[in-house]
Write a protein that binds this ligand. Structure first.
Ligand SMILES: Nc1ncnc2c1ncn2[C@@H]1O[C@H](COP(=O)(O)OP(=O)(O)OP(=O)(O)O)[C@@H](O)[C@H]1O
Length: 414
């Protein structure tokens, strides 16, 4: 794989996920909720502002920035989870991304780890695989897929250890994070997006985790993760770095070229300073007093402007626009939207040979039923029928677990 100059362009990369002029605006009601919509002021808050970037297969990209810079929102928008108004395009191999394209090609690992504490790591993965893989998968195929992800995420030694929870002691925090990622890898996605996967981990475990993710990228995946306070060891593992501030990028490019870039625009880095700490500081808004805030705003706006007019960014913009105009790449048409097949119920029912219209109806009924169940339980909790929100959560969890068990039983049957 040949890395080419400061742009770090990798020549033989095949798949790419592009973001073109992305803007994300939410409606924000200012004031206490009891004043109601009539008395509260509505403001439109721009959370992501005109972001253009290209992620390539074979590379691992780290997104950094101070708190509130918009890292999680960017991941949410790319994975079609944003609730506000989104303009611009997210494009995978020349195809505009919709929910189905994302479901078929990408996986998003969020910050929370939620498991059944009594199951072992392997049991958890088998259980998830039965729900995620197509209904026609045999037990051998499921076993093989689980063994592959156990090895890929370095979980071999704890594969048969109970996961544990707050009461039962089980695997460590770092291992729990890796199990969460392993579950998402069962589908063998092309794009892996992770929101702060290293949060709460010590520097050794965090480095080990990022190293695992880099190995996955080297196997042809597109990997992008948001990071909080990464160590200099993690810096050396990243191929590409994006530094965000106020919803815009002040740098997006090759990790190796970052120090040179910032030195050229007036921010050198000491030999013994972690470049990631240094440049996240440079990009941060200092809100201690009015003067510091104005100073940091001027600094950030200047950096954003320099990046937007840089050869690096203009070149990326031109390449993405040209590729998008040409449409889906020949020989890579699998990115074209196809009906989602992940839903367990649909897979089970499909094997019965029902008409697509009937299938759609059953699917719709199931979704409505589950949504009603969920909202009813929460409403009930809100009105004080349950003793506490914890109890409501337990009952909800129990209902969903029994539903999942029934679905697993169906799967086994087919
Ligand atoms: N739906 C929303 N409504 C109102 N404000 C929002 C909404 N979503 C995000 N924000 C605001 O956008 C800003 C960016 O939030 P985001 O969670 O993306 O930041 P972040 O960089 O991931 O922060 P952190 O590192 O602390 O997780 C924050 O100020 C947040 O309050």
């Amino acid at each position: 794989m040949a890395v080419n100059g400061i742009s770090g362009k990798i020549e033989d990369a095949t798949n790419h996920l592009d973001v073109l002029n992305l803007k994300y605006v939410v409606r924000d009601w200012v004031g206490p909720w009891w004043k109601g919509a009539c008395f509260r002021k509505l403001r439109h808050k721009c959370i992501i502002n005109d972001v253009t970037l290209r992620l390539m297969s074979g590379e691992i990209t780290g997104i950094l920035g101070n708190s509130e810079s918009g890292k999680t929102s960017l991941l949410d928008v790319i994975t079609c989870r944003a609730s506000g108004k989104v303009t611009g395009d997210v494009i995978y191999n020349g195809t505009r991304c919709t929910n189905n394209v994302i479901q078929n090609h990408a996986t998003y690992v969020m910050q929370a780890d939620r498991f059944l504490p009594n199951l072992t790591v392997r049991e958890t993965l088998i259980y998830s695989a039965k729900l995620r893989l197509p209904g026609c998968s045999t037990s051998e195929e499921i076993e093989k897929r689980v063994t592959d992800v156990v090895l890929a995420m370095g979980l071999k030694d704890v594969a048969d250890t109970r996961i544990g929870g707050s009461i039962i002691r089980g695997i460590s925090g770092g291992e729990r994070r890796r199990v969460t990622i392993a579950i998402q890898l069962l589908k063998d996605p092309d794009i892996i997006l992770l929101d702060e996967p290293t949060s709460g981990l010590d520097s050794y475990t965090a480095r080990h985790l990022v190293s695992n993710l880099r190995d996955l990228a080297r196997r042809g995946k597109i990997v992008m993760l948001s990071l909080h306070q990464p160590s200099s060891d993690i810096y050396s593992l990243l191929d590409r770095i994006g530094i965000m501030s106020k919803g815009e990028f002040v740098y997006f490019g090759c990790a190796k070229g970052m120090v040179q870039y910032f030195t050229e625009v007036g921010y050198p880095c000491d030999k013994y300073t972690n470049p990631l700490d240094r440049y996240v500081d440079v990009a941060s808004m200092d809100r201690r007093d009015k003067d510091s805030e104005i100073q940091s705003l001027i600094r950030v706006e200047r950096l954003v402007k320099i990046l937007k007019t840089s050869r690096l960014q203009l070149g990326t913009f031109r390449r993405i626009s040209d590729d998008f105009r040409r449409g889906p790449r020949a020989g890579n048409r699998e990115a074209v939207e196809r009906p989602g097949s992940a839903r367990v119920l649909v897979t089970v029912i499909r094997s019965t040979g029902l008409h697509p219209g009937q299938l759609q109806f059953i699917r719709f009924t199931a979704v409505v039923f589950l949504n009603c169940l969920w909202s009813e339980l929460h409403t009930a909790a809100f009105h004080g029928i349950f003793l506490s929100a914890n109890l409501a959560q337990a009952v909800t969890g129990l209902c969903l677990s029994s539903y999942s068990l029934v679905a697993t039983g169906f799967l086994k049957h087919f």
